[in-house]
Design a protein around this ligand. Structure first.
Ligand code: IMP
Ligand code: MG
Length: 178
């Protein structure tokens, strides 16, 4: 299996996360912010983004799995690990690695909204362009990328490549087809 073109370098990611972190610091100053990372993919973004936020944030994680093939989301989401804490009255920011169909996030937003947070925002490092998706307000977004399967910086193919410090394209031939 071959890793193709590097789409976003480690330095570019770091600069973008600093911008996002600065904006979050401004917006949530004086508020009690809880970051929720969506496992497993978002753990890398969460770790690096959080270190660019100059506030006493708290962390929690959810793990979800969407039914479907390895590379296509079905929108039917199963919660594998729920939050450790209540979020009623809290300012919550969901941190995601990538928004593809947006179905996972649509489900999560609905699920978390019911728990009555004071606010519920969304930060995503990557957004795939050229995809029809439900309207999602992504308050803090990193990069728009073409509709290709990518790996690295938390994103996997078959469980691997999450540790690459950059985001790279996997050549189509190597992506399992549904
Ligand atoms: P969505 O529900 O289609 O927006 O995608 C949800 C999840 O699919 C993301 O959080 C990723 O874990 C995974 N995913 C989507 N696109 C890619 C990709 O290009 N590479 C690796 N994982 C992806
Ligand atoms: Mg994934």
């Amino acid at each position: 299996m071959n890793i193709g073109e590097v789409l976003i370098t480690a330095d570019e990611i770091d600069a973008k996360l600093k911008e996002m972190g600065d904006a979050i610091t401004e917006d949530y100053r004086g508020k009690d912010l809880l970051l929720i990372g969506i496992l497993k993919g978002a753990f890398v973004v969460m770790a690096d983004l959080a270190r660019h936020i100059d506030l006493p944030v708290e962390f929690d994680f959810m793990a979800v799995s969407s039914y479907g093939s390895a590379t296509k989301s079905s929108g039917v989401v199963r919660i594998l690990k729920d939050l450790d804490q209540e979020i009623e009255g809290r300012h919550v920011l969901i941190v995601e690695d990538i928004v593809d169909t947006g179905l996972t996030l649509q489900y999560l937003l609905k699920n978390l909204q019911v728990r009555k947070p004071a606010s519920l925002g969304l930060a995503a490092l990557l957004i795939k362009d050229g995809i029809e998706r439900p309207p999602l307000e992504i308050k803090y977004e990193g990069f728009h990328i073409p509709n290709k399967f990518v790996v690295g910086y938390g994103l996997d193919l078959d469980g691997k490549y999450r540790n690459l410090p950059y985001v790279a394209v996997v050549s189509d031939a190597t992506v399992p087809t549904p």
